[in-house]
Design a protein. Structure first.
Length: 219
């Protein structure tokens, strides 16, 4: 079996089109700068991790990192875009691991664990990392063809992660859960995740500079 490829599903950090739930308190331009930092840190982490190949699956336009491939996102719903990402990047006999750009606290160790589990004989057929908002932050598949289940799962709900796990198990797959992580959706999320990132990371700097603090409560 070939070494797993790593896919990053991302939106180009364009004001008004990305991280809109940060607004308010952020302006669209501030939110875009926070998104750009999250994407840059995520790409750096994936570049450092071992992988058979690295693919940026992109909505919009953004420079392709050296050594990466870029594919456009396809599909109207998020479920379709996720399933199409696996399908479009698929290489026969190669597992695939997909993440987004909303967990800049991601560590190389997280990716190594997913990749090694999928490469282990007798190991799981899928790895899934639940997110604190009920979704998931990573999905790895020994056979990327099973990503077809994502087309029928409601996304951005409190049960998306659990529904994904159930759908994979119903296909007869052995699923291993990875550690729980928090996505960045709101300003509170951004501040919480920034506290988990290295102080010199792009994301920590961007949150400190671009996400206004709540006004003190008058007494």
């Amino acid at each position: 079996m070939s070494a797993a490829q790593i896919l990053v599903l991302a939106k180009a950090p364009t004001p008004g089109r990305v991280k809109t739930r940060l607004c308010p308190p952020c302006t669209p331009e501030q939110a875009a700068r926070v998104a750009a930092a999250a994407l840059a840190d995520t790409l750096d982490t994936v570049t450092t991790a071992a992988a058979g190949s690295r693919v940026l699956v992109l909505d919009g336009e953004h420079p392709t990192p050296p050594g990466w491939a870029t594919l456009p996102q396809r599909g109207d719903s998020l479920g379709d875009r996720l399933a199409n990402a696996f399908a479009d990047a698929r290489t026969p006999g190669t597992p695939a691991v997909l993440i987004g750009m909303d967990t800049p606290q991601l560590l190389v160790d997280h990716l190594d664990e997913a990749r090694e589990l999928l490469a282990t004989a007798g190991g799981p057929d899928a790895v899934l990392g639940p997110a604190t908002d009920g979704g998931w932050w990573i999905l790895g598949l020994r056979d990327p063809g099973h990503a077809v289940v994502l087309r029928t799962i409601a996304t951005s709900t409190a049960t998306t992660g659990r529904s994904t796990e159930v759908a994979l198990r119903r296909r007869g797959l052995r699923v291993r859960l990875l550690p729980l992580l928090s996505d960045v959706d709101t300003a509170a999320d951004a501040r919480a995740v920034a506290s988990l990132c290295p102080p010199d990371s792009r994301f920590a700097h961007a949150v400190a500079a671009e996400v206004p603090r709540p006004a003190p409560v008058a007494r």
